[in-house]
Design a protein around this ligand. Sequence first.
Ligand SMILES: *[C@@H]1O[C@H](CO)[C@@H](O)[C@H](O)[C@H]1NC(C)=O
Ligand SMILES: *[C@@H]1O[C@H](CO)[C@@H](O)[C@H](O)[C@H]1NC(C)=O
Length: 534
Amino acid sequence: MRARAISAVHLLLLLSLSHSPPCTMAGKILVWPADFSHWFNINVIIEELVARGHNVTVVTHSATSSVKTEQSQGYNVEIIQVPYTKQDVFNTLDTMFKYWVNEVPNDNLIQGFLKIKEIIDQTTYKNQVLCRELFAREDLLEKWRKERFDVVLTDPMYMCRSLLPLKLNLPFIVSLRFSFGNSMERLCGQLPTPASYVPAVSLGYKHRMDFLQRVKNVLFNFFQDFLFIFLNALKWDPFYTEVMGKPTTLCETMGKADIWLIRTYWDFEFPRPLLPNFKFVGGLHCKPAKPLPKEMEDFVQSSGDDGIVVFSLGFMIKNITKERANTIASALGQIPQKVLWRYTGEKPETLAPNTRVYDWIPQNDLLGHPKTKAFITHGGTNGIYEAIYHGVPMVGLPLFADQPDNVNHMKTKGAAVMLDFNKMNTEDLKQALNDVINNPSYKESIMRLSRIHHDQPMKPLDQAVYWIEYVMRHKGAKHLRVEAHNLTWYQYHCLDVAAFLLSVIALVVFIFVKTCKWLFRKCCRKTAAKSKKE
Ligand SMILES: *[C@@H]1O[C@H](CO)[C@@H](O)[C@H](O)[C@H]1NC(C)=O
Ligand SMILES: *[C@@H]1O[C@H](CO)[C@@H](O)[C@H](O)[C@H]1NC(C)=O
């Protein structure tokens, strides 16, 4: 009787538990995002956090053109005044494109290196100005300390972000695709990256590498680590030390991150070892398609059975050279599909009637449209994930940053054709589109990736939010941080242990040899003496 009563109480308890919302307190979150496509990605997380009742404060600067600062967004905004304008930021970007897309590919190694160095110097300079402005605001830091945030969410694309949680003594979460070709994750996050089967970012290798590729992989990692360490030692470690008032490095500070939210997943990555505090949430911004605007839908429907091709080089590429635009437009004119091209530059003369140019396209809705046959993309992570989500094969025209690596992943997985934007001719592009649309292997490959993407225990966005709330519930996630953070390099590789064991073996061998020699000598002497006697 009693047992039954207890089990009834249990049942009631269980029922009431399963009906109450999961036990999450509304928390306070401080977000310091980066701009442009990085903002787009983190904004999706912010919206979800706001929808779940969390109190979110976003830190931005007066020259941002990404972060919406109206009250209606549902989050609080703190704007840091910087002595440069939106236009300055765009000018830096324009220089970057001019160099990276149009000039560096034709430069020799030295010229190219100097131009890339100039771009890095310019962005680092702007970034440090912003950091200086923020950390000079003692009043603001004091206010934030009083407001008692639970966690800081930030994007380490701009390097000084990890100082903020340290100054406020808060746990923090970083969101990134990769930083410095994995060097930050490897060196600061302690993410194991065996060079034998984890190809370096931007080499374009598969996880199965032959001997020479492994040699290059090891050397490339060394080279990238060297640059990363050198750049930090030169530009960031002194800044970190200055702000903290004691010797501090960027890498040790990044290493304190509680959770790393990486913007990829196994639909994209090759299998590799992970750490408990690395969570892969690629494609968290992807959503089912919404209906298209009427005019656009009519155009799409007019394509009949041939379907459409969606083309975008991202919102940052506003203009390309006349010659490139004409090459592209005449290739597009030679395919039976209709093409929707997002492009704000001058209309190319060779534009054919099957191609329409738009200032802006609802990319996700177009990629999710049943008539879409292919996606021509610069290979930004966001666009690649929309294509994976909706299962659309790609022609990649990567330009810079993570784009070549992204497209390479899709190419090695059989879901994309990659072309060199600067060198391709009309025939190349036409051929690539024909292949991707008419050779079923591309569609099959991207559908396979799409199935992998959708078959997860938790949607990527839910997972990202789960881990943020997890850090708030546990006041950090230091219990997921490996001890490797506290080891020296020779301890990490057990070189001290190896040295010790080798010494022991050497000692044993030494004693053994010595003993043998001694015994042998003794024996010899005895037999010698014996034979003498006889
Ligand atoms: C959210 O946090 C801000 C800053 O701490 C505070 O001023 C505001 O009252 C909070 N809003 C709610 C709804 O708790
Ligand atoms: C695009 O660049 C060309 C030069 O390559 C220039 O003549 C044209 O004005 C630019 N158009 C826009 C809209 O920026």
